[in-house]
Design a protein around this ligand. Structure first.
Ligand code: NAP
Ligand code: MG
Length: 403
């Protein structure tokens, strides 16, 4: 078989530990035999981030802005223990945080679902994607605890000299006060990313806040979404999808009774909480994909899970591992599909589709990594090592591609 051609390179962001091992295996088994792979390679592994004073992370984000599509391996976010383990010069910031800030992007998380793994919510038939606004609200708050009576006020001093002052509460005794904010600019970026992504995957978009109670704050979110939606309305209609706004408590009730198959955009705190609930209900962190979408339509695909440290230590001792590659493979397939669409390469799009189909073939035959064995029902699963699993997928992919 002639290898599938690419035009524009993908931005390839390599990472750490077990996922770095899987990264190479996936390339060797599932990509390089079939695709004439073009990437611009950035090594975001912790040793190289340390060596380059984290410049490599910034460079990779800039490359994503320039080329439009990136695929990222999981990376270590250093903590005190990692400082000594890797002999670091500094406790470098989370690469995901840096990239997200540079692209001003929103993260969309979608579970990979298969018939033999039943969601905890019996109505759910299709994946639910959570989009979480990643700026402001309680995550950038200021708080005061008072031990005495007194008055708390909200004060705004405009550059024009305009001054607004409101009493929050007159305390008769001890209590707590919290101030938080968001910006029109950040909310608008969030809205653009959500509408773009909904069009991309042709799924209806839900957004919910508590604007009946928080008339100005949450009301601003609702108004900006409504305003930005006007730019997308015609394209939504043409794609046969909807934008749907409701109150957050109504949204929760509807989500529980829904079949799935839509995107649920959440404010920062709601997204933090709901994404953990939704992903747990769908089964496994190892089956959760993630894509960062910028308001101007740049994409960075990755797995939602981390570097699977415990498996890596086993691997270093020479023991067999059975690590689930699914979310990392789907990061690659997502990136290839997007690249293929942008460069008008139907063969590359088809390769992405067949790669995912080969994964489903394998799982539906009960061939899997260890983590899914106890979740599968109505099928007798067989647990494979990391490499055996990838080879089983490769066999099915080759058959599908006629290679
Ligand atoms: P983790 O790597 O996601 O792993 C937590 C546990 O979940 C694993 O020990 C494993 O359970 C299970 N698991 C996760 N992915 C799996 C897979 N593909 N196959 C099989 N089992 C899987 O989270 P962590 O241990 O909290 O974090 C490890 C490192 O990853 C940290 O340094 C953190 O900074 C980093 N991290 C990076 C990202 C990212 O780059 N996006 C995200 C989160 C964390 P068992 O051990 O029970 O098998
Ligand atoms: Mg959380």
């Amino acid at each position: 078989m002639e290898k599938i051609k690419m035009i524009t390179p993908l931005v390839e962001m390599d990472g750490d530990e077990m996922t770095r091992i899987l990264w190479k295996m996936i390339k060797d088994e599932l990509i390089l035999p079939f695709v004439d792979l073009k990437t611009e390679y950035y090594d975001l592994g912790l040793p190289n981030r340390d060596k380059t004073n984290d410049q490599v992370t910034v460079d990779s984000a800039n490359a994503t802005k320039r080329l439009g599509v990136a695929v990222k391996c999981a990376t270590i976010t250093p903590n005190v223990q990692r400082m000594s383990e890797y002999n670091l010069h500094e406790m470098w910031k989370s690469p995901n945080g840096t990239i997200r800030a540079m692209l001003d992007g929103t993260v969309f998380r979608t579970p990979i679902t298969i018939p033999s793994i039943h969601p905890a919510v019996k109505f759910w038939k299709k994946p639910i994607t959570i989009a979480r606004h990643a700026y402001g609200d309680v995550y950038r708050d200021v708080e005061i605890q008072t031990t005495e009576p007194g008055v708390a006020k909200l004060v705004f001093e405009g550059v024009s000299g305009k001054r607004e002052e409101m009493v929050i509460h007159e305390f008769k005794g001890p209590g707590v006060i919290e101030g938080m904010h968001n910006t029109d600019e950040s909310i608008r970026s969030f809205a653009h990313s959500c509408f773009k992504y909904a069009l991309d995957v042709k799924q209806t978009l839900w957004f919910a806040t508590k604007d009946t109670i928080s008339k100005k704050y949450d009301g601003r979110f609702k108004a900006i979404f409504e305003e930005v939606f006007q730019e997308y309305k015609d394209r939504f209609e043409a794609a046969g999808i909807e934008y749907f706004y409701t109150l957050i408590d109504d949204a929760v009730a509807r989500v529980m009774r829904s079949e799935g198959g839509f995107i649920w955009a959440c404010k920062n705190y709601d997204g933090d909480v709901m994404s953990d609930m939704v992903s747990t209900a769908f089964g496994s962190l190892a089956m959760m994909t993630s894509v960062l979408v910028s308001p101007d339509g740049k994409y960075e695909y990755e797995a939602a899970h981390g570097t699977v440290t415990r498996h890596y230590y086993k691997y270093l001792k020479g023991e067999e591992t059975s690590t689930n590659p699914m979310a990392t493979i789907f990061a690659w397939s997502g990136a290839f599909r997007k690249r293929g669409e942008m460069d008008n390469l139907p063969d590359l799009v088809n390769y992405a589709n067949q790669l995912e189909a080969a994964c489903f073939d394998t799982l539906n035959e009960g061939l899997t990594s260890k983590d899914l064995v106890n979740l599968m029902e109505g099928i007798t699963p067989k647990s494979l090592t990391s490499l055996e699993f990838l080879r089983a997928i490769r066999e099915r992919l080759a058959k599908r591609l006629g290679a």
